[in-house]
Design a protein. Structure first.
Length: 256
């Protein structure tokens, strides 16, 4: 199944069910598709060779999800970077791959050698203001990702040495999500609090679980604590690494 067909099927299945929530802004699956198609059209205007690497250097937010999907829909490969790592390591990772374009959260993320390759996220997506109509992109099979082609690249932590680039096809992530959703159901009406970064495979997987299952991704208020966000948003699902779980348990014990 081509990615464009998968996206269409997702919209047909879940339609106006919420897909992304940040604060008081809610984006349903239909609106999400509008965003993604619009972003893909804007990326096509760069006239990059099919399968080009497009970097994403952003914090976790709904715009990152939409841009990621727009890159894939336009027939390119999204390379997601850890924005919080030292600039020297980040520069090494950027130099490792032939990056045709890189999408930045803002100008504070600019590194050397980026001046002719970067664009700002706000210039290709306006979160909270979806296109009023469904933009049309080329449906030629040569312009959409096939199921077994590279779609996303993320990097290992590099804790045991140099970070390695790991390639994922969209179908690989889709099948993984389908299997995970069978083990832990995630469906319309469910809310998953996004506490893991998308540059990590466990965070990245949440996007595909939403597309396959129909649940909604809820983005936390980063100015507040994890405990506050859990109490405020009341998610049905959450993923935590051990340090987050420990901090949450310690806070809970201190408040008793």
């Amino acid at each position: 199944m081509f990615f464009a067909d998968f996206l269409d099927r997702t919209v047909e299945t879940f339609g106006r069910h919420p897909a992304l929530i940040e604060g008081k802004t809610i984006c349903n699956f239909e609106e999400m598709a509008y965003f993604v198609h619009d972003i893909a059209l804007k990326i096509e205007k760069y006239r990059l060779p099919r399968g080009s690497h497009i970097g994403i250097l952003m914090k976790n937010n709904p715009s990152q999800v939409l841009i990621l999907l727009g890159i894939i829909l336009s027939g390119h490969v999204a390379v997601i970077y850890n924005h919080s790592q030292p600039k020297e390591r980040l520069q090494e990772q950027i130099d490792l791959l032939d990056i045709a374009k890189i999408v930045l959260e803002d100008t504070s993320f600019i590194l050397s050698g980026m001046m002719d390759r970067y664009c700002l996220a706000k210039d290709i997506v306006s979160w909270g203001s979806p296109p009023v109509s469904h933009p049309q992109i080329s449906r030629q099979k040569s312009h959409v990702r096939r199921n077994n082609e590279p779609a996303i690249i993320i990097f290992t932590s590099g804790s045991s040495g140099i970070a390695k680039a790991v390639v994922h096809s969209y179908e690989n992530l889709r099948y993984s999500a389908l299997g995970s959703n069978q083990a832990v159901l995630f469906q319309p009406g469910d809310h998953w609090l996004v506490t893991l970064p998308f540059f990590h495979v466990s965070g990245l997987a949440l996007i595909w679980r939403t597309l396959c299952g129909g649940g909604v991704l809820v983005f936390p208020d980063c100015s507040e604590s994890l405990a506050w966000n859990i109490s405020h948003h009341k998610p049905t699902h959450i993923s935590l690494v051990s340090s987050q779980l420990y901090a949450l348990r310690t806070r809970s014990q201190e408040s008793e």
